[in-house]
Ligand binder design. Sequence first.
Ligand code: HMG
Ligand code: MG
Length: 300
Amino acid sequence: MDTNIPSSVRIVEVGPRDGLQNEKQPIDIATRVQLINMLSAAGLNTIEAGSFVNPAWVPQMAGSEDVFSRINRLPGVRYVALVPNSKGFERAASVNANEVAIFAAASEGFSQKNINCSIEESLARFKPVMSAAKTAGIPVRGYISCVISCPYDGEVSPQKVAEVSERLLAMGCYEISLGDTVGTGTPASVTRMLDAVLKIVPADKLAVHFHDTYGQALANIYASLQRGIAVIDSSIAGLGGCPYAKGAAGNVATEDLVYMLNGLGIQHGVDLNKLIAADQFISEKLNRQSGSKVALAASR
Ligand code: HMG
Ligand code: MG
């Protein structure tokens, strides 16, 4: 196997946020809480549990305070909150989120549609979040959306992704998650993008976040592993999409990722059977077939 490939990875489970934010049907707090508890019980140690954005923009994430207050917090598990601004940070801090994630974009069109401001304005808006988080001792993760293409602006240059990565790192983010929000990337375009970013940011400060719209997510993860990336975002049952990237599918399914890592002999600490149980729980609640090929195969 490629010598650059890490021997262990950390999986960042984003289903309860990136997944459920995109649902059309209402999801009650008890279901969100139980899903998170099942995911932590499966061994996931980083779980994005909700977001503190304007609920008029993303109604499914309303009530994230209640979710954070009611989950059964396991020791060693980081419960992460997505926050767009200082108001979001205050809401997240008030319910003791262990970590927060800010989110910028590599394309102006998506930045405007998703957070109603330019990339530059968003970075300025994050500054007070960074200083409040520093004072509170809360680590901050930085997302970059549209690292391959943008639903409004088209193809995105790897150089732009590298620039925004550098800015977020300089602001104090401990890790940058590179998001192929639309899911158009292939191992070739992903590798080009990573090579531009890796000139500036070391691999141990990077994570990858692939939406599986064109069925390329696992291949793209493998390409990222070959570049030494050891943090991978995924979503139980392949839930989700982005309300501001029409047509984008969910993230790579956590079960499919775990199955591939098992095959590669890469450590991750997650129990596949327990993941499949969490998948069955949420798929039944949403009354839909799982987006995980592994979960479907296991149920046959
Ligand atoms: P805005 O309208 O420009 O904000 O939205 P504003 O500062 O002008 O405030 C307008 C109103 O919103 C005010 O209320 C604020 O108090 C309220 P009013 O005075 O009118 O009653 N407000 C808030 N309320 C609750 N919590 C807050 C908050 N902030 C303001 N934090 C804003 C700007 C950023 C808030 C808005 O655009 C927003 O909430 N956007 C979030 C969009 C979103 O959640 N998108 C999905 C997540 S990103 C994603 O999925 C990509 C990712 O997965 C990676 C990838 O795949 O690429 C991360
Ligand atoms: Mg996403």
